[in-house]
Write a protein that binds this ligand. Sequence first.
Ligand SMILES: NC(=O)c1ccc[n+]([C@@H]2O[C@H](COP(=O)([O-])OP(=O)(O)OC[C@H]3O[C@@H](n4cnc5c(N)ncnc54)[C@H](OP(=O)(O)O)[C@@H]3O)[C@@H](O)[C@H]2O)c1
Length: 229
Amino acid sequence: MTRLTVFGAGGRAGRAITAEALRRGLHVTAVVRDPRKHAEVAHRDVTLAAGDVTDPASVESAARGADAVVHAVSPFTGPEQGFADLDPRFFVRSSDALRVGMAAAGVERLLVIGLFANLRTADGVLVMDDPALFPPEIRPFARAHTDGLDRLRETAGPDWLVLTPPARLTPDAPRTGRYRLLDESLPLTDGELSYADLAIAVVDEAQAPTRHRTRVAVVGGEPARRAEG
Ligand SMILES: NC(=O)c1ccc[n+]([C@@H]2O[C@H](COP(=O)([O-])OP(=O)(O)OC[C@H]3O[C@@H](n4cnc5c(N)ncnc54)[C@H](OP(=O)(O)O)[C@@H]3O)[C@@H](O)[C@H]2O)c1
């Protein structure tokens, strides 16, 4: 595998995934909404492209020639933003656009960053349904994320994998090179993961897939399966 297309390449997860791919010598098509705002993504192995993950034509164009596509897009960056503008169908629309656009471009592998809110506690309760674990006011975003995951499950499409971080996904935490993939039927694991270690898991699963058409939790801790560098 040599080429990765990353939607949301200017965001926290997207930047970490792009950096991890470049570190391995891959070429990245870095997709942002406005390339003029993302000069920091420039690199000799990066093609900076304008695109929208909810638009099938945009996905087709950005994915053409790639070996895998990453969806690291979020329409909601923090609570201060509020939900007045949140499209509750955002993640359903992105699942649909990725399915259609990737098929048109002939790309099979799709890696999606999930949200811990739809993991389950040891009691089998969805995290988003427990106000002690998840602020009720952020539930609309969690619901939208979950609908996008359900859409992937319900429709025939690419060889997808949703990688869901724990509650504490920390931008400034170091790259340890260690992570574990847990079956989603296991309860939510407390703990911390750096964006850099999440990125290792994403690029590993792009280069040498081990899980297909399912969702896993990614947690830190054990020796990495195949971290390089
Ligand atoms: N603990 C957890 O479970 C946890 C924690 C954090 C994040 N997450 C999930 O991880 C994923 C990535 O989050 P993040 O922290 O990296 O978010 P982020 O830093 O807010 O970045 C999100 C990016 O999405 C881009 N974007 C928004 N709408 C778009 C569209 N229609 N088409 C293309 N790009 C678009 C924005 O691009 P522009 O630069 O073009 O504006 C932005 O750079 C999300 O699904 C988020 O929910 C999970």
